[in-house]
Design a protein around this ligand. Sequence first.
Ligand code: CA2
Length: 151
Amino acid sequence: MAKPIHVLSGPNLNLLGVREPEIYGRETLADIQARCEARAKGLGCSIVFRQSNHEGELIDWVQQARTEASALVINPAGYGHTSVALLDALKTLDIPIVECHLSNPAARETFRRKTYVSLAATGIVSGFGGASYELAVEAAAGLIGATGASA
Ligand code: CA2
């Protein structure tokens, strides 16, 4: 059985659909999880989907992904712009890392233009709302050779 793709979300993303819908959309994180699960299933893989408001917990989960995941999708939220510790953890992984963002941080405030996480990411998907996660799962699946296509 192939290892799952781990999908991690950082601080405040538990509030999706409740606050700031003009920036982050009306979908809840549970809605996005359902989209990712359906997409992964279609591609013949599985996901583990988690959110935390705590930097240390996210780092623990990144470390867990070293042995338990086939690929990692991460929306680090605010920690992407601040956390060298999260970057250090990500740099220990030998699996594909896809960074994802609901919004396009490059088109927002200057301080969002730099993300430490990007230094460890294989690729980035941003600006498509909840679909960013789905596209990131699809990209991760492609990087591990899971296409769902049957011969
Ligand atoms: O666009 C993204 O996905 C971000 O990672 C979201 C972060 C932000 O700091 C990044 O620059 C871009 C913020 C997440 C906050 O989530 C909220 C959700 C609902 C209501 C308020 C905040």
